[in-house]
Design a binder for this molecule. Structure first.
Ligand SMILES: NC(=O)c1ccc[n+]([C@@H]2O[C@H](COP(=O)([O-])OP(=O)(O)OC[C@H]3O[C@@H](n4cnc5c(N)ncnc54)[C@H](O)[C@@H]3O)[C@@H](O)[C@H]2O)c1
Length: 392
């Protein structure tokens, strides 16, 4: 015995899909002895990943409870579909593990409270998979806001325009669903693939007031270009108890790709953060620059476990409560309007076929620019906005 602390035992539940990304993050940490991958779990056969081959000794399970009992991991990455997060998280906490829980962590504030209670009862922590919160570019932006470089902030907006092929919606039973077997799934663009855009805006809004901003009202227009139950295109306006509103204008049916911009407007200028690439442009900058130095959520969780007071978590569950409050409000919104006919163009073949909503990026950009909903821009396909007050 040399007294060295053995590496933290880590398991991944939901090892295919986005779980492969986690396996790739874990592989070099395992190789360096900074953690020990002990198990993968998936209800389907675990797919090989050439970038992250399975190290010797890693066990593979189809049942997470059997895995927890057999391998006693200290950290569990939960990367299963959102509606399965809470029961799996509860089991992992009962088994004594801390969590890296994929976003959206849970699907309602009631579930959020239940998980908060389970964490405190077990004396464990949960880091939520909003990895863009670990961005040094986000910190550079919020530092610039704190230093007054934009003057008084009057608005925060995000534009993200992606494309998702038919295969994306065919890959899993929950994809594009509002409910599955009677349980909420809420797999809309705002709640799932473009959740990071919304969360980055909430982080910027929170930096202005020094505390997580609490949404008090939303207005939203939701659209879809395919026969799914949720939105693939939406504009959401969020108002808070105090501070400027947030507008999120997003689509998965883009004619052109916009990775994801967070646009902050102030009395003294405007800043743009491209959150997936950590590129930032502040007032007075001649060019957009990349701000390197993104902290990984798993590494941060390991560091926090080693020094809970010295190293705060980047994305603790509590930080995500305002995001989950938005999901509660969105759940009650009417079915998104189905757009078709000349408005929608199919491009490509087979499972890789995508659908473009004509002119959508222009509409989203104008929405972000003016903090306006499509109906307020007199877009011919617009629906009346759904409005809801939030409590809490
Ligand atoms: N942070 C990010 O950028 C990011 C990106 C993509 C997905 N995600 C999140 O990751 C999670 C998974 O998404 P996905 O797109 O990979 O979903 P997916 O359906 O493509 O894959 C989920 C995997 O979990 C497995 N699974 C389902 N139920 C299980 C169970 N009870 N036990 C063990 N395995 C189970 C499935 O067989 C599948 O392999 C979601 O919460 C999603 O929002 C996050």
């Amino acid at each position: 015995m040399n007294g060295a602390v053995p590496p933290t035992r880590v398991a991944v539940i939901g090892a295919n899909g986005h779980g492969r990304w986690h396996r790739r993050v874990i592989a070099p940490l395992h190789a360096d002895g900074r953690l020990r991958l002990v198990a993968l779990v998936d209800v389907e056969p675990v797919q090989d990943d050439p970038v992250a081959p399975l190290p010797p000794g890693v066990q593979v399970f189809t049942d997470h409870r059997a895995m927890l009992a057999a391998t006693r991991p200290q950290v569990v990455v939960v990367c299963t579909p959102p509606h399965t997060h809470l029961p799996i998280a509860r089991d992992a906490l009962t088994a004594g593990a801390d969590l890296l829980l994929e976003k959206p962590p849970v699907l309602s504030l009631a579930e959020h409270e239940e998980l908060t209670w389970a964490l405190s009862t077990a004396g464990r922590v949960a880091q939520v998979g909003f990895q863009a919160l670990g961005s040094a570019a986000l910190t550079a932006l919020t530092d610039a806001l704190a230093a007054g470089r934009l003057g008084t902030v009057t608005g925060i907006a995000t534009v993200a325009a992606w494309q998702r092929p038919d295969a994306y919606y065919a890959r899993s039973a929950w994809a594009g669903q509002r409910t599955l077997n009677g349980r909420p799934v809420l797999d809309g663009a705002l709640a799932n693939p473009l959740a990071h855009a919304v969360m980055q805006c909430l982080a910027v809004a929170g930096s202005l007031g020094g505390a997580p901003p609490w949404p008090v009202a939303i207005e939203v227009e939701r659209y879809r270009v395919r026969p799914i139950e949720v939105e693939d295109t939406a504009v959401l306006r969020i108002r808070f108890r105090a501070g400027p509103p947030v507008l999120a204008a997003v689509t998965l049916a883009a004619e052109e790709f916009v990775a994801g911009e967070v646009i902050v407007t102030g009395s003294a200028g405007r800043a743009v953060l491209e959150y997936p690439t950590d590129r930032l442009r502040l007032p007075g900058d001649v060019v957009t620059r990349r701000v390197p130095g993104r902290q990984g959520l798993l590494e941060n969780l390991l560091a926090h476990r080693a020094d809970p007071l010295g190293v705060p978590l980047i994305a603790p569950l509590a930080r995500t409560a305002p995001f989950t409050a938005l999901l509660d409000a969105l759940r009650a919104a009417p079915e998104p309007r189905l757009l078709d006919g000349d408005l929608v163009v199919g491009v490509g073949d087979g499972e890789e076929r995508v659908r473009h909503l004509r002119g959508v990026v222009d509409v989203l950009r104008r929405s972000a620019e003016r903090a306006a909903l499509p109906s307020e821009l007199a877009v011919p396909w617009a629906v009346p906005a759904y409005r809801a007050e939030l409590t809490g």
